[in-house]
Design a binder for this molecule. Structure first.
Ligand code: HEM
Ligand SMILES: *[C@@H]1O[C@H](CO)[C@@H](O)[C@H](O)[C@H]1NC(C)=O
Ligand SMILES: *[C@@H]1O[C@H](CO)[C@@H](O)[C@H](O)[C@H]1NC(C)=O
Length: 518
């Protein structure tokens, strides 16, 4: 044989290598998009987890899309202004339909990702008993998709890193620290109410309440999270909303292979917005680190975090935690407030009840943190609103090992989708008045009389329960104490009730309300 390769031999060899590499890539892809999902499906079936027929690589996407479109058409036909709180089939038509066919635990697919759907609190409690909070995963597909919003902050981080982060962040939400935030919340709310008074005086008493509240909640979050006010706070809120438009409003194919190419424009846009936020936060953090040396007295979450972590967090970790505070806190709180405005407008008696309570507990004095605990009925109202309209309509996990539930195995890698809306509206758990607004069901009962404690979970479950829930109660109580002391809310005929699931559970149309000064 000749010692040197001729040009043609070289090309021949090169060609072969290319073919082999391409085949290997194709095989790998084939395995990921086809063999692995089919294998997962077989395993799930063997363990008795079935669900709607699916196809790869789209999963159940087209079914979901079709059901939602059918619903929109049906909704357009009826021009109902009746407000019905039985919203599961309106907000999540595909789950309502599949539940009828497959029960409260079944499998559905987002692209090539299997999701065990759970709307049975008994199943949930058995499932979560055997798994430590740090051993749960958060679905990789969402982690990747929502990276611009949460990065690897507390909502998404797993394992020992989660333990470390949770431990370090917990003191930031201590009563002592929350106490220092009360003034910031009072200030933003008062500004909003002063604006209302001016607008009412000028003869226009109708407000788009969702818009009013998100602006104020955004201001409060920016201030309490990292001490940002004014224009910079507005910029955060703008970015949040643009990011939501990019990530959640269009029909995106999360879980479908190469969906990044299909949703190229939105993915790129969200990434860009995320980078903008990162660099803004980085400059804030660096500035704060410098001022910390000189004795900083900021009472916001970043301030406490910087004092506690003593240089243990990397810059990226700090940025991710800051954006997590903002993104996890703004919209959930804003929607709880917004839905409460709607419900109080329908139930003026509850406005009076709360007004009496506010008068007794707070009276004419200034709002202080330690007095807020006395607003018991207001807590019932908040719980009842979060039951009927949970701003976080689902909780998600991913199994990081095989998990056994009553002898059935959920295989490693399977995602879990907990339908909070379904459990909160389940007549079997709550009784015949399940779809009525009855805050008194929480009188003396933290779970509102639900037959299973896990049937009521507006803040999630287990060790990963919302770290900001006391702060959320505080914001809620401060805002409504101030609002109800000055104003009365009533319905505007223009409202159309159509709760939608777009990441959170939100009004499908505006929420116009009439505000009258007392
Ligand atoms: C009414 C308002 C709120 C609601 C309904 C709510 C709801 C939730 C839910 C359902 C979870 C997921 C729990 C799970 O997966 O089991 C969660 C986690 C979380 N929330 Fe909230 N939240 C609210 C307000 C806030 C606020 C004001 C903040 C912070 C400023 C916050 C920060 C977080 C964080 C950091 C996590 C992740 C906790 C972890 O995984 O360790 N939330 N929240
Ligand atoms: C906004 O943030 C930038 C960068 O940290 C800062 O220089 C500027 O003063 C801030 N503006 C306001 C109104 O706080
Ligand atoms: C679960 O699956 C992942 C990814 O395939 C793997 O890295 C991990 O080791 C598995 N865990 C266990 C306990 O088998």
């Amino acid at each position: 044989m000749d010692q040197f390769l001729g040009v043609s031999q070289f090309l021949y060899l090169f060609f072969n290598v290319v073919v082999i590499v391409l085949s290997l890539m194709f095989l790998k892809l084939f395995k990921r998009c086809w063999i692995s999902p089919v294998r997962a499906q077989t395993k799930l079936r063997q363990n008795g987890f079935v669900g709607p027929a699916t196809s790869f690589p789209l999963g159940n996407f087209n079914d979901i899309k079709k059901l939602k479109i059918a619903l929109v058409m049906a909704e357009k036909r009826k021009s109902s202004t009746i407000i019905n709180h039985d919203i599961h089939s309106i907000a999540l038509p595909h789950f309502a339909l599949w539940q009828q066919q497959y029960g409260k635990v079944f499998v559905h697919w987002l692209g090539i990702e299997p999701f065990v759907y759970v709307a049975d609190p008994e199943f949930l409690s058995v499932m979560s008993k055997g798994v430590l909070a740090k051993s749960w995963g958060k679905p990789n597909v969402f982690k990747k998709d929502r990276e611009p919003m949460f990065g690897n902050g507390l909502v998404m981080v797993e394992g020992d890193d989660w333990t470390r982060h949770r431990h370090m962040i917990t003191p930031a939400f201590s009563p002592l620290n929350l106490k220092g935030m009360a003034n910031m919340m009072v200030e933003s709310t008062t500004n909003m109410l002063d604006r209302w008074a001016i607008q009412i005086n000028s003869g226009n008493p109708v407000f788009d309440m969702e818009e009013e509240i998100i602006v104020t909640a955004g201001e409060i979050s920016a201030k309490t999270s990292f001490g940002v006010t004014g224009e910079n706070a507005t910029q955060f809120l703008k970015n949040l909303r643009a990011m939501q438009l990019a990530l959640f409003h269009s029909h995106r194919y999360v879980g479908v292979p190469f969906s990044g190419i299909l949703d190229f424009k939105q993915t790129l846009e969200a990434k860009g917005l995320g980078k903008e936020i990162d660099s803004l936060l980085l400059s804030i953090i660096n500035e704060r680190k410098r001022s910390l040396v000189e004795g900083d007295d900021h009472h916001d979450l970043l301030g406490s975090l910087l004092k506690a972590e003593k240089g243990e967090f990397t810059a990226t970790e700090l940025v991710d935690e800051c954006k997590t505070f903002f993104f996890a806190g703004v919209e959930t709180a804003a929607l709880a407030l917004t839905w409460t405005f709607m419900l109080l407008a329908i139930h003026p008696k509850w406005q009076d009840t709360l007004r009496d309570e506010i008068r007794q507990v707070i009276g004419d004095s200034e709002i202080e943190y330690k007095k807020l605990a006395g607003l018991k009925k207001m807590s019932w109202v908040m719980n009842e609103v979060l039951r009927l309209y949970p701003s976080a309509p689902n909780a998600q996990r991913q199994a990081r090992r095989d998990i056994e539930v009553n002898g059935r195995v959920i295989p490693n890698g399977t995602n879990i989708w907990i339908d909070v809306v379904a459990m909160h509206h389940d007549v079997d758990l709550w009784g015949d008045d399940v779809n009525e607004f009855k805050p008194e069901r929480f009188d003396g009962d933290l779970h509102g009389g639900c037959k299973n404690k896990m049937g009521f979970m507006p803040f999630g479950f287990g060790g990963r329960m919302c770290i900001g829930r006391n702060m959320a109660f505080m914001e809620y109580k401060i805002l409504f104490s101030l609002v109800l002391s000055r104003f009365e809310i009533s319905f505007s005929p223009g409202y159309r009730h159509s709760p939608k699931h777009v990441f959170s559970l939100r009004p499908g149309y505006d929420l116009p309300l009439i505000v009258r000064a007392l």
